[in-house]
Write a protein that binds this ligand. Structure first.
Ligand SMILES: Nc1ncnc2c1ncn2[C@@H]1O[C@H](COP(=O)(O)OP(=O)(O)OP(=O)(O)O)[C@@H](O)[C@H]1O
Ligand SMILES: [Mg+2]
Length: 242
């Protein structure tokens, strides 16, 4: 469903250049909960931004169901993909309801459709009672749920999540992961989770790619990769339990 072929991204500034991604080749299948794990600075967010069409790769391609992800700004935010950003990115001046309704407004849905859809999304993420609150009135886990509801507004086939639980305590992390699992199984949404936490991969991912210094160190079924790591990058993650 998602085919990443030889993807690379080099950030060039005046006299320096940073190779954030180098020859990334990966396949993510429909129905996967696919984890991308790596240390800080490994290139995880850059990969997600290239997947969603928010960042133009220096080389290589991303295909979704056989068609190339367009490189226009914001292109990935259409029907195929929903994105949950590192740090929520909610609009603080808008209520929960208005935040979730925004992608529906942009997509030109009428008022009644928007009302019904927002109601059902807030029910899905367990926040029906917070519809008229502002983000500042919510806990971290609740904000993350709003971000997930907003990402699901246009019924995407794929949900890309950048560090969805890194700011949350263990119990709230568990609740958000359960929600992602439910979205995967009940709504048949393929989920890609970017994380630096082994626990996240262990608890919900069926497959994993370990990324280190912009390259794929190892990829395969999560149980296999974590159970008998074949790369130093994985061993380091296991050793540090990050
Ligand atoms: N816009 C940019 N301009 C220049 N360099 C960048 C830019 N964005 C990212 N980088 C560099 O690319 C590398 C990968 O960054 P990225 O944000 O993808 O890491 P990450 O794995 O998401 O890290 P973290 O776990 O801390 O979020 C880093 O060295 C970073 O400094
Ligand atoms: Mg990041």
């Amino acid at each position: 469903m998602i085919k990443i072929n030889n993807l690379s991204k080099i950030f060039r500034q005046k006299d320096t250049q940073v190779t954030a991604l180098e020859n990334i080749t990966l396949e993510i299948e429909k129905g996967d909960i696919f984890g991308v794990i790596g240390m800080s600075g490994a290139g995880k967010s850059t990969l997600l931004r290239c997947l969603s069409g928010l960042e133009k790769p220096t080389g290589g391609t991303v295909e979704i169901n056989g068609s190339r992800v367009s490189l226009q700004k914001g292109a990935g935010l259409g029907r195929q993909m929903g994105v949950v950003f590192q740090g929520y990115n909610l609009l603080m001046q808008k209520t929960v309801r208005q935040n979730v309704a925004l992608p529906l407004e942009i997509a030109g849905r009428d008022k009644e459709t928007r009302r019904q859809k927002v109601e059902s999304l807030l029910k899905t993420v367990g926040l029906a009672d917070k519809a008229d609150c502002y983000p500042s009135q919510l806990s971290g886990g609740q904000k993350q749920r709003v971000a997930i509801a907003r990402a699901l507004a246009n019924d995407p086939q794929i949900l890309l999540c950048d560090e969805p639980t890194s700011a949350l305590d263990p119990m709230t992390t568990g609740q958000v992961l359960d929600l992602l699992k439910e979205i995967n199984s009940r709504l048949s949404v393929t989920v890609v989770i970017i994380t630096h936490e082994l626990g996240v991969v262990k608890s919900i991912c069926n497959k994993v790619a370990v990324i280190s210094n912009g390259r794929i160190a190892e990829t395969g079924p999560a149980r296999q990769v974590l159970g008998s790591p074949g790369s130093n990058a994985t061993k380091l993650l296991l050793e540090w339990r990050v």
